[in-house]
Ligand binder design. Structure first.
Ligand code: AMP
Length: 439
């Protein structure tokens, strides 16, 4: 099997790493990939064709020219831009939802209206506004804190849980007046703030059969103790027993299955990865957001525990044969620590040499996934905000976490920053226990 992987982050490195070890995989192209992906066996990085990852015709031409048997899409932009429809029209195999179905991520208004229409648990909506004036006026009638969301894709930065009307007004200004996220801020949503621990629950579906991945928890804020601004994600972990069996059943029965069934009923059957960002509230799990692809850094923690042939599973999913696949998972836990560049999540400082990668990879059961890295001559240098995802497995969260931190300590680059409390809430997590007792 020859596979094209679209993307260049830690998520894509983790997926390509697993695929490069899978029996039956002959060759992998990464578009555009990164310095870590370029080092994998049977793997080659190629430049993004056309005008960018939203140029779905150019991506399809590339897959056709390379004779790729399967294309795996890491980021949301190609999916929301209709890459699945383009590939389908040309008879090319790609795993991912259609442009319409990808609106579950591409438009928060679409997702919220869908959830409310089908009675799938989510925070209540105050309104959707297409002018800053209307949004300001609506603030008079909300409870605080209140959540403000830019409608479109904003790289995880288009959401604010606002404590006060002043914070809310300032954010609405940034989104709708300064247009910090461009057209993604044409509309904003105001919604109820939910409380509880968050959980990332990701499934793979071929439209008939749905297989869940191990549940994960992501750490979005830049600083320890969940302080500071939101980032793309500073770490993630997964562990046996992280959520009780009955809670997982409830997530499947009240959220995942109804979502997939309703997408089919609405005429847009969903295929690919569906990521449900959940709040485990005292009233049960509720949807914060959907993503139409795997998460980053959740993928790194998930892939580290995969004990099955990922290439076979992905191929089966594109051919509607997912029922033939059973996913096995390494028992225990995995932890991924993101090492970020100086000044991230602001404009990152780049170009610094990264040392100690081989020493880190030599730590037992550790693997270093690259994200914002590139080769400069013989050296690997920082080229983006989130630089590396140092990932390890172990018998439990404590063991996995100790290995991941041991590996991270061996890596250095000027201005490196990472959180010291990834997975520190441990398992079982007291807050989840109390939620599951009440559901
Ligand atoms: P989203 O991109 O919609 O997942 O939002 C990013 C982050 O904002 C989430 O991971 C939550 O931490 C927070 N968030 C989003 N929606 C809500 C909500 N209704 N209540 C509380 N926090 C929220």
């Amino acid at each position: 099997m020859k596979i094209l992987v679209i993307g260049s982050g830690g998520r894509e490195h983790a997926l390509a790493w697993k695929l490069s070890q899978a029996a039956g995989v002959e060759h992998i192209w990464c578009v555009p990939g990164n310095a870590g992906m370029a080092r994998l066996t049977r793997t080659e990085c190629v430049a993004v064709p056309g005008t960018g990852l939203q140029d779905v015709a150019a991506l399809a031409e590339m897959a056709h020219r390379l004779k790729a048997d399967l294309t795996l899409v890491g980021p949301e932009l190609p999916l929301v831009s209709g890459v699945a429809d383009e590939f389908a029209a040309r008879g090319l195999r790609l795993l991912g939802p259609s442009k319409h179905a990808a609106q579950l991520e591409g438009s928060k208004a679409f997702a919220k209206e869908f959830l409310l229409r089908h009675g799938i648990p989510t925070g209540s909506l105050y309104g959707i506004y297409d002018s800053a004036g209307d949004a300001y006026s609506a603030l008079c009638a909300v409870d605080w804190p209140c959540v403000i969301k830019a409608d479109g894709l904003a790289a995880g930065k288009g959401v604010l849980v606002a404590a006060t009307p002043d914070d809310a007004t300032a954010f609405i200004d940034r989104v709708m007046v300064d247009r910090e996220f461009g057209a993604a801020g044409d509309r904003v949503l105001l919604e109820e703030a939910l409380r509880g621990p968050e959980l990332s629950y990701i499934v793979l579906t071929d439209g008939e059969t749905t297989l869940p991945f191990v549940a994960t928890r992501d750490h979005k804020r830049i600083f320890d103790g969940n302080r500071g601004p939101n980032t793309g994600g500073m770490g993630a972990y997964s562990a046996d027993g992280m959520i009780p069996r009955e809670l997982e059943t409830r997530i499947q029965e009240t959220i995942i299955q109804p979502t997939l069934a309703a997408m089919s009923r609405d005429g847009h059957p969903y295929r690919g990865f569906l990521y449900a960002g959940l709040m485990l509230t005292s009233d049960g799990p509720q949807v914060l957001e959907f993503n139409c692809r795997m998460g980053d850094p959740e993928t790194q923690a998930i892939v580290a525990r995969m004990d099955f042939n990922l290439a076979e599973a992905l191929q089966a999913a594109t051919e509607g044969r997912l029922r033939e696949i059973s996913m096995r998972w390494k028992p225990g836990a995995s932890v991924c620590i993101v090492m970020a560049a100086a000044n991230y999540p602001g404009e990152p400082k780049t170009g610094m040499a990264i040392e100690g990668l081989d020493a880190a990879a030599a730590v037992h059961e550790a693997v270093v996934f690259h994200a914002g890295t590139k080769l400069q001559g013989e050296r690997i240098v920082v080229s983006g905000g989130r630089v590396l995802g140092v990932t390890a497995t172990g018998a439990d969260v404590k063991a996995a976490s100790a290995r991941a931190y041991e590996a991270a300590a061996k890596i250095s680059f000027e201005g490196a920053q990472y959180r010291r409390d990834i997975a520190a809430s441990g398992v079982p997590d007291a807050s989840v226990r109390s939620v599951s007792q009440s559901v």
